[in-house]
Design a binder for this molecule. Structure first.
Ligand SMILES: [Zn+2]
Ligand SMILES: [Zn+2]
Length: 218
């Protein structure tokens, strides 16, 4: 599924970027009118992300992590310093963030150690950016502190749900039972035409996954 601006709500725009050696999806989402936005999952390639932010020419209020794996937070340190944005993540993934630089090295990847989040987010929290507001959905399974960011019919799902698959559950504190429960109770209950901005691979929709996802069936 290709993202076009027509698929997003009026003033809200999304720019997807594929970053780093694990091809992580990073998204810049912003309010075109208020000129304020957020960066979701800047896993690597800070220079490319910064270049895009400059091109779009918006203020970045928050850097949001769907979870603490290094391929989603690897560029946070550089971006935070340059943009002066607040970094938000769930506390149950802080042990991954704290270990970020070393975890990356074990995969042969060099990142700058991610900073401690400015604030920990939890289920039900609202994050206001320009004229829109994300709701935080706690969706553990791929990692204990995994969250999705929901706004209207858009959900940034990180590694919770992929097109035709899910994130791995064999990392530390992963659980397939938790992941399946999170997907069924928190994502499959969203409207079918909700766009799922995944953490890796193509973008999909809730309806498509309810119909075709062979790993977690609706
Ligand atoms: Zn992950
Ligand atoms: Zn990932």
């Amino acid at each position: 599924m290709k993202v076009t601006n027509s698929m997003t709500s009026s003033n809200v725009q999304v720019e997807p970027l594929v970053v780093g050696p694990l091809f992580s999806n990073c998204y810049i989402m912003w309010d075109n009118k208020v000129r304020q936005g957020a960066i979701i999952d800047p896993g690597d390639d800070a220079d490319i992300i910064l270049g895009k932010v400059k091109e779009i020419d918006v203020g970045i209020r928050y850097i949001l992590a769907t979870h603490g794996h290094f391929d989603h937070v690897g560029a946070v340190a550089q971006l935070k310093t340059t943009l002066g944005a607040k970094f938000l993540a769930h506390k149950d993934d802080f042990f991954f963030i704290e270990d970020g630089k070393n975890a990356a090295l074990r995969w042969g990847v060099h990142i700058e150690q991610p900073p401690k989040p400015d604030r920990f987010i939890k289920d039900g929290d609202k994050i206001k950016i320009g004229g829109f507001e994300f709701e935080v959905l706690h969706t553990p399974g791929h990692s204990p502190g995994g969250v999705c960011f929901l706004y209207n019919k858009m959900v940034f799902a990180g590694d919770t749900l992929f097109q035709g698959g899910t994130g791995r559950t064999d990392f530390r504190k992963g659980s397939f039972d938790d992941l399946a429960r999170s997907i069924k109770q928190r994502l499959y209950t969203l409207p079918d035409d909700t766009i799922v901005y995944t953490g890796h691979g193509p973008i999909t929709s809730i309806g498509e996954e309810k119909r075709y996802n062979a790993f977690v069936k609706a």
